[in-house]
Design a protein around this ligand. Structure first.
Ligand code: ZN
Length: 176
């Protein structure tokens, strides 16, 4: 992120970053930026593009290279894609919550809010990772595949399962 600060009666400063990306404020811009203005080149490029300007028109207006324009517009698209994927993950999270609450605890048959219920991998299946981690790394469909390998259990029953699975836990459980 870089800023272009222009004040009336002052020379517009050109930082090394500005130079590196080929941005040189022109007299025209200097006129158009009245007062103490902070605006990023990226914001300007996105705004002009939204107005339907071509790359050449933006290049002329902002005195920057086409590479700079496509870099910033591409970055905007990446951000939008990231926002989309976060939204999709949030929706998937809600679906997991609903799924858990519908099932309730497999062991004690209790009905609990989603944050009390956990996915417990059944031993006969190969666990890739925790459902939420699978979602983040491999995507939502893979996460549902992971859900299918699990029982939904409440936190208490999950603790008990984990304890009994340990060799010493199993023996101790029998003695008790
Ligand atoms: Zn339970």
């Amino acid at each position: 992120m870089f800023l272009v600060r222009v004040q009336v009666g002052e020379q517009a400063p050109i930082s090394s970053v500005d130079r590196a990306i080929g941005f040189y404020p022109t007299g025209q811009e200097f006129e158009s930026l009245i007062g103490d203005v902070e605006i990023t080149l990226k914001e300007k490029i996105i705004a002009l593009r939204q107005q339907g300007k071509t790359y050449n028109e933006i290049k002329k207006e902002l005195n920057c290279s086409k590479g700079t324009i496509s870099y910033h517009l591409g970055e905007g698209q990446k951000e939008k894609a990231a926002v989309r994927s976060v939204n999709q993950r949030e929706k998937a999270m809600l679906a997991f919550h609903e799924y858990k609450e519908e099932k309730g605890c497999f062991d004690c048959k209790g009905k609990f809010p989603h944050y009390i219920l956990e996915f417990d991998h059944k031993p006969e299946f190969e666990k890739i990772a925790a459902v939420y981690n699978v979602m983040k790394t491999l995507g939502i469909p893979k996460a549902w595949e992971e859900v299918a390998k699990c029982d939904v259990v409440c936190a208490n029953c999950h603790k008990a399962r984990t304890y009994k699975r340990k060799p010493w836990g199993k023996n101790r459980y029998i003695i008790e």
